[in-house]
Design a protein. Structure first.
Length: 418
């Protein structure tokens, strides 16, 4: 599919992240306005709350966009998702009759502040990148025990906290936690010394379920995707993770990009999961291309300095798709809700430059990476700004995700001060 032309000129550039082919969903405010729903088109945001109030968008009896989140649209189901996309394309296409009514509802993106695009009902994070799992397993347990015996048979995950998910731009405070280094006898409560990022994609469940669903059903239930940074305290993690997995190491914050890129916009970029070493059990078997060809990168900017791109990889590196993760998640009967967020797991490629965490890039702090500024990094330092970017490259157009940004603040001097 080629570029679809819009009367919003900035949307027609082959490199612009938000062409008519994309139409991602966000929540924004401008000076004096409360957060409400918008759709990105070029350098502008279409105020869909107003468009609905003025009758330009009408999808049912009750309004869907009088709330500052996209969950109500998701609850309407795939037929209404498709109807909205079709209507938005009609309103914003080159030559649209409604242009004169729609144009006053556009707001320059530069004047908008972005908010959480949806209410996160629950949050689960997976561990489904093979290169990442192999690298981390090698560092934590040795090369011979790198991949646990279950890893090639089920997507490993843990239940995270919806309350810790924040939108891009939110500052991240370095956490305190219980640490124990191998050369000390006793654990101590200290500011994290090995604060890290994880480059991930987040899949958003748009259709609820109550009981096991198939991989195909799971794919149908996914509404869209965001970029996701799973901030990780490696020293807390190393001490706490056995036997029940990460807990406080992942409790500080998880940042997501502000725009939900719909599954519909990503359809042309579907790719297969990699060849399987072991045949998966029937309920997890691949049944079509359910990964996506999305270029991803991580940039690190020390405070007040230029950014260096420290990693480049692709979502197609994952061993399990979000659909397989969702199917697995439901297999023991767990009900899933509209607004459930599933983190993919860290996305790393085979090469050193393709690693999606500093833990891997600096090999546990043993091989510091060099920045363009001449500085080096083992882990994230106070004042560093970390930016995740994602883009699918189409025929004369780009499906961009909107940056997922977070700046790290120093740990509090005394976290218990009142
Ligand atoms: Ca993670």
């Amino acid at each position: 599919m080629p570029l679809m032309k819009s009367w919003v000129e900035s949307a027609n550039s082959p490199d612009h992240p938000f062409p008519l082919n994309n139409l991602p969903y966000g929540v924004f405010s401008t000076e004096g306005s409360e957060p409400h729903c918008g759709v990105a088109i070029g350098d502008m945001i279409l105020d869909v709350t107003k468009a609905e109030a003025e009758g330009l968008i009408s999808l049912g009896d009750a309004p869907l966009f009088d709330v500052p989140f996209w969950n109500e649209l998701m609850e309407e189901g795939p037929a209404v998702w498709a109807a909205l996309r079709e209507r938005l394309i009609a309103l914003l296409s080159e030559g649209a009759e409604e242009r004169v009514e729609v144009e006053p509802l556009l707001v320059p993106m530069a004047e908008a502040e972005m908010h959480m695009p949806f209410a996160v009902s629950e949050y689960t994070d997976f561990y489904a990148g093979r290169h990442h799992a192999t690298n981390v397993g090698t560092m934590f347990r040795g090369a011979e025990n790198a991949l646990p015996p279950n890893w090639l048979h089920i997507p490993i995950g843990y239940n995270g906290r919806a309350s810790s998910v924040v939108v891009s731009g939110t500052e991240i405070r370095r956490p305190w936690g219980q640490l124990k280094s191998p050369d000390h006898d006793k654990p101590a409560f200290l500011p994290c010394r090995r604060f890290d990022i994880e480059l991930e994609m987040g899949a958003i469940v748009g259709t609820p379920s109550d009981g096991p669903i198939t991989v195909q059903e799971a794919d149908d239930h996914i509404f869209g995707y965001v970029l996701l940074n799973d901030w990780s305290a490696r020293d807390i993690q190393a001490w706490e993770y056995q036997p029940l997995g990460p807990f406080q190491a992942k409790a500080t914050a998880t940042s997501i990009s502000p725009w939900i890129v719909t599954k519909a916009a990503l359809e042309p970029f579907r790719t297969d999961t990699p060849a399987r070493e072991f045949e998966l059990l029937d309920h997890l078997k691949d049944c079509g291309p359910m990964l996506y060809d999305i270029d991803l990168e991580v940039a690190l900017a020390p405070e007040g300095k230029d950014a260096t791109t420290i990693a480049r990889t692709n979502y197609n590196e994952m061993y399990y798709s979000a659909a397989q993760q969702l199917a697995h998640h439901t297999s023991a009967g767990c009900p899933m809700n509209v607004g459930d967020l599933l983190g993919s797991g860290t996305i790393s490629g085979a090469e050193k430059s393709q690693r999606g965490s500093l833990l891997e890039l600096s090999w546990g702090g043993k091989e510091p990476i060099e920045l363009d500024t001449g500085e080096t990094r083992n882990f994230v330092e106070d004042g560093d700004t970390l930016t995740l970017r994602g883009a699918a490259k189409g025929d004369g157009y780009t499906i961009g995700f909107g940056d997922c940004v977070g700046t790290v603040l120093p740990a509090l001097e005394d976290p218990f001060a009142r």
